[in-house]
Design a protein around this ligand. Structure first.
Ligand code: JHZ
Length: 394
């Protein structure tokens, strides 16, 4: 039932920023993308073993991103107001920007990366350094009882076995509890052509349509959907147990999102074939743009050593021949080499932006913040390059 539509070539572990002695011993896999005719789910054809990506060396540190910290604070306030939960569990709590808005005594963190679960543990939260699955849910239920709010951001789409994931949630959730999770939206990705949101950590890219199908068969139903602007367009899904008296009726947003996706063609394989053509064109245009600038003697760097930029650089074959250096505010990514492309990653403080003519936006999702911070570069004639929504300089 699974039909392949996109081949993004050989890719490394997207967040595995390398020390010099790791460069010659890198793991690569074939990144192909498939569409499941039955559930309408878009997934990677072959998955990478979770512990190769999520371990004590994991580099994506949410609290270092001010816009995301603000996002999680607002989300926590909204969920408290809407549901007033007495107990909370976060799946994939990273270093705690969401859970830190809830009381220590009634909140639980699940996070497989020990470098981050130790941070929430040090803050006082009960933290399990584990992957989410039915076994862990059973253990949590016997240790703590049912939970009123289970929340997860940019994590559920990282888990291979969705049936097991949702069964585990349904088992642990209180009868009138809510499961709220947000991940990048397939519709936004198709509309923007942001193929770079596909990498090892995202074995699935969610549409509301596919989630509706898969949640239902695991004892949960969607009762509300928020369309968010974070990460280039995400969906926040609200799910609950069916047939249980609850104040939460089904919102119009569910039907509206299903209809919007159907109108766009999310249920048709042809939509994905058209997307694959758009991706190929984007690659050719980006290479043309960077190569022309280089031939004209321009110096190009990149802002944001993102997982997304790993996909772009490896799919397009971009290395130090086109981009000299990447800057990133995450200390653990600094003084490393980007996966696959081996472009050096530096602290923004160590790079004089006035030495560069162009900055490629590795973190195009933070375009406004980045441009606001680069007034001197812009005043000096510096320009930006992005491939989203189409390859362009500005
Ligand atoms: P950002 C991560 O993807 C990985 P990435 C993960 N798998 C996921 O699902 C998504 O997030 C949602 C830096 N930066 O958030 C900080 C600057 O250097 O787009 C970050 O390293 N200067 C969990 O990696 C990176 O850019 C700046 O001014 O694609 C942004 O990473 C700003 C604003 C950020 O996620």
């Amino acid at each position: 039932m699974k039909k392949e539509f996109l081949d993004l070539g050989r890719q490394p572990i997207a967040n595995k920023f390398l020390k010099e002695d790791e460069i010659n011993d890198e793991f690569f896999f074939d990144l192909k993308v498939v569409f499941d005719e039955e559930t309408k789910l878009v997934s990677m054809k072959d998955f990478v073993k979770p512990d190769m990506m999520f371990n004590d060396d994991y580099k994506y540190n949410t609290s270092l991103s001010t816009p995301m910290v603000n996002h999680f604070k607002k989300t926590a306030e909204l969920l408290k107001m809407k549901f007033g939960p007495e107990s909370v569990l976060e799946i994939g709590s990273n270093d705690g920007p969401f859970i830190s808005n809830f009381p220590i005594e009634s909140s639980i963190c699940v996070e497989p990366c020990g470098n981050f679960s130790s941070k929430t543990a040090n803050m006082g939260y009960t933290s399990y350094t584990e992957f989410w699955n039915t076994e862990l849910a059973d253990k949590l239920k016997s240790d703590h009882g049912n939970v009123d709010l289970i929340y997860s951001a940019n994590c559920i789409c990282h888990i291979h076995d969705l049936d097991d994931t949702f069964k585990a949630v349904a088992n642990l959730l209180s009868d009138d509890g809510v499961f709220v999770f947000e991940d990048p939206s397939l519709l936004s990705i198709l509309q923007r052509g942001s193929y770079d949101q596909i990498y090892d950590e995202h074995p699935h890219i969610f549409s509301v349509t596919a989630l509706d199908n898969i949640l239902k068969r695991n004892g949960l139903i969607i009762f509300d959907v928020d369309n968010l602007s974070v990460h280039g367009g995400s969906n926040r899904i609200y799910a609950k147990k069916p047939n249980i008296p609850s104040a939460n009726t089904i919102s119009d947003s569910v039907i509206q999102n299903l209809r919007k996706e159907d109108d766009f063609g999310i249920n048709n394989f042809e939509t994905y074939e058209a997307f694959a053509k758009k991706v190929q064109f984007s690659k050719e245009e980006l290479l043309r743009c960077l190569t022309n600038l280089r031939h004209n003697g321009k110096k190009i760097m990149c802002i944001g050593a993102t997982a997304k930029s790993t996909t772009v650089f490896n799919y397009c074959g971009i290395g130090t021949d086109l981009i000299d250096v990447i800057t990133d505010t995450t200390i653990d990514k600094q003084n490393t080499f980007a996966p696959g492309s081996h472009i050096p990653v530096a602290s923004p403080e160590d790079i004089d932006m006035l030495d560069y003519d162009y900055a490629y936006l590795g973190a195009w999702n933070f375009k406004e913040v980045i441009m606001k911070n680069q007034k001197k570069f812009i005043a000096n004639g510096g320009k930006f390059i992005s491939h989203i929504p189409k390859v362009d300089t500005f």
